[in-house]
Design a protein around this ligand. Structure first.
Ligand SMILES: *[C@@H]1O[C@H](CO)[C@@H](O)[C@H](O)[C@H]1NC(C)=O
Ligand SMILES: *[C@@H]1O[C@H](CO)[C@@H](O)[C@H](O)[C@H]1NC(C)=O
Ligand SMILES: *[C@@H]1O[C@H](CO)[C@@H](O)[C@H](O)[C@H]1NC(C)=O
Length: 298
């Protein structure tokens, strides 16, 4: 926490890896319907590889474009740091999907990472319609996400949209030993404004830019998802609930049913806590046109 307080006012860190043309320039960025913004850590090479081949594949889906970026900081020091940076640089040359800034990629710096991303977006991709923003260990049925977004009445990204696994009235943790500790001098109220779990949520392009604007005058706290709620609350905006987001896995009604039964996942948008092998399995199952599901899987 001392470390966090020391750095909390620093918001400018040089970019090590940039992709200024990711969205085809400012005006053409409106062609990007869904930008996948995945928080990854330098070490998580295997997770990125599997995401590229499953739900985060860049493609045209139902007539609209899905694009992908991983957002990372740095890790380690000396040779280790250089080696990790080299791998990221290779990935960027090969896949054009890495944005990296020169700050330590730790839990407490995730809010910083988020704000630096919004700054990049305002500069390079301001007209993207929608963003999925989440972790590299979640399962996202991006086909369903596109379908859901296309079904909205205002589906050009110019209206407010903030949805995910959302809740109001979460208590601020004051126990110093907790990973989620936030001191009173950083944030006074005893509860956070409503917010959606940072594991995976959806924003319209408009809402992303509102958050970025609000963040200019709100001190960073170390809880990245609560911080998004704080920014939107300041703008007088809230969330929209959606039953397709699961933060604690999927509930199956019996031990005789596999918790990874694809029929329980087929209609969902986001499920947390999926590592590479299971992601690979699930993505192939739920996108298989021959998958047969009978009965009620709610
Ligand atoms: C480096 O990564 C490890 C494992 O993910 C993490 O525990 C550690 O905090 C990171 N250190 C820095 C300086 O980013
Ligand atoms: C955040 O990043 C800065 C810059 O690399 C680093 O010095 C600091 O230790 C990180 N903060 C925390 C709390 O990890
Ligand atoms: C953000 O702030 C800029 C500059 O004040 C303003 O031009 C822009 O309309 C704002 N954007 C949103 C979405 O609020």
């Amino acid at each position: 926490m001392k470390e966090f307080l020391y750095y909390q006012h620093c918001r400018h860190f040089p970019m090590l890896l940039d992709l200024p043309d990711k969205c085809g320039g400012i005006d053409r960025s409106s062609d990007v319907f869904l930008l996948l913004v995945v928080k990854s850590a330098p070490n998580n090479y295997d997770r990125r590889e599997i995401l590229r081949r499953t739900w985060a594949e860049e493609r045209q889906q139902n007539g609209v474009w899905i694009k992908r970026v991983f957002i990372v900081g740095t890790n380690g020091s000396g040779f280790e740091r250089e080696r990790l940076n080299k791998i990221l640089d290779l990935e960027r040359s090969h896949y054009k999907d890495i944005l990296q800034w020169d700050f330590g990629d730790t839990f407490q710096n995730l809010t910083l990472k988020q704000v630096l991303f919004f700054e990049w977006m305002e500069r390079n991709c301001p007209k993207a319609r929608f963003l999925f923003n989440g972790d590299d260990d979640v399962f996202v049925n991006t086909n369903n996400v596109v379908k859901y977004l296309q079904s909205l009445e205002d589906n050009d990204g110019s209206k407010h949209l903030y949805t995910g696994y959302c809740m109001g009235g979460r208590t601020v943790i004051r126990a110093q030993s907790s990973k989620y500790f936030v001191p009173v001098k950083l944030y006074k109220p005893s509860q956070y404004p409503p917010y959606c779990s940072g594991g995976g949520f959806i924003l319209s392009g408009y809402s992303a830019l509102v958050i970025y604007n609000m963040s200019q005058s709100i001190s960073l706290i170390s809880i990245d998802d609560a911080y998004i709620g704080m920014c939107l609350a300041k703008a007088g905006l809230g969330f929209r609930s959606h039953k397709g987001f699961k933060a604690i896995g999927v509930h199956v009604p019996s031990v005789r049913i596999d918790a990874y039964d694809p029929c329980f996942h087929k209609e969902l948008l986001v499920v947390h806590g999926f590592l590479p092998q299971k992601l690979y399995y699930m993505w192939h199952k739920v996108t298989d046109p021959n998958l047969k599901c009978f009965g009620n899987y709610k």
